[in-house]
Design a protein around this ligand. Structure first.
Ligand code: PGA
Length: 256
């Protein structure tokens, strides 16, 4: 964590949450966030589309941001089942996750598809959270740095800035498994991501851009991870579904 970058604690609710539970979770988080209005971190929840309106109305004016888990690239049109960035903006979203490994796998999203989504999100003045990360096999064969470099080069738009883009490093083998990358491995790859961003976007933009860690982040490991010099917060799945845990992770951010 560098004090030039404000930490972001982002909850990816994935395909979880019916109206009553989602509203209750959002309400607990809104109350907690309002209890510390000056705390030096951004907090974001990304619920499923079906409860976005419910969650959005509960967290309004609480300081908790609303985000989405994916977006189409077009503004509107004949794309059955898809949701456009214009609709997400209209629904109150400030951020959109793009290129999560579950989307890359389940929906065959390529780096160029992720780049197009990120561009469409940025075009609507929202923040794109671009996910990258290697599989277990790629890590074991020593290819993690190369895989992630290729994803960064292929998925981050050339007009990305520290204000409109966040990168999330999520090793696929750590997502939902309870396995966490070691702090040394996380710092190594985050520093390398920042170097790749610098070569693509320039050093100043790279220095200001937030890089989140994701993959089994919990209250018990968050402090150590967020303290690493190139880790600027977390993208949290399982632990984001319990207000107490998600808030405890947020409390691991250094107070300024
Ligand atoms: P996890 O998920 O925290 O449940 O590992 C993280 C993510 O997929 O964003």
């Amino acid at each position: 964590m560098s004090n030039q970058r404000r930490p972001l604690i982002a909850g990816n609710w994935k395909m979880n949450g019916l109206r009553a539970d989602a509203a209750a979770l959002a309400d607990e988080l809104a109350t907690l966030r309002k209890s510390q209005p000056d705390a030096a971190f951004d907090m974001l929840v990304c619920p499923p589309f079906t409860v976005m309106e419910t969650v959005g109305s509960v967290i309004e004016n609480s300081g908790v941001f609303l985000g989405a888990q994916t977006s189409h690239t077009a503004s509107n049109g004949a794309h059955t089942g898809d949701i456009s960035p214009v609709m997400l903006k209209n629904a109150g979203c400030a951020h959109v996750i793009v290129g999560h490994s579950e989307r890359r796998t389940d929906h065959a999203e390529s780096d160029s598809a992720v780049l197009a989504q990120a561009s469409a999100v940025i075009e609507q003045d929202m923040i794109a959270i671009i996910c990258v990360g290697e599989t277990e096999e790629q890590r074991e064969s020593g290819k993690a740095l190369d895989v992630v470099r290729t994803q960064i080069i292929g998925s981050v738009p050339s007009n990305a800035t520290a204000a409109n883009t966040v990168v999330a490093y999520e090793p696929v083998w750590a997502i939902g498994t309870g396995k966490v990358a070691t702090p040394d491995d996380v710092q190594e790859i985050h520093a390398d991501i920042r170097k790749t961003l610098a070569s693509k976007l320039g050093q100043d933009i790279a220095n200001g851009m937030r890089i989140l860690y994701g993959g089994s982040m919990k209250p018990a490991n968050a402090k150590e991870l967020i303290a690493l010099s190139d880790v600027d917060g977390g993208l949290i799945g399982g632990a984001a579904l319990k207000a107490e845990d998600f808030w405890a992770i947020a409390q691991s951010c250094p107070s300024q």
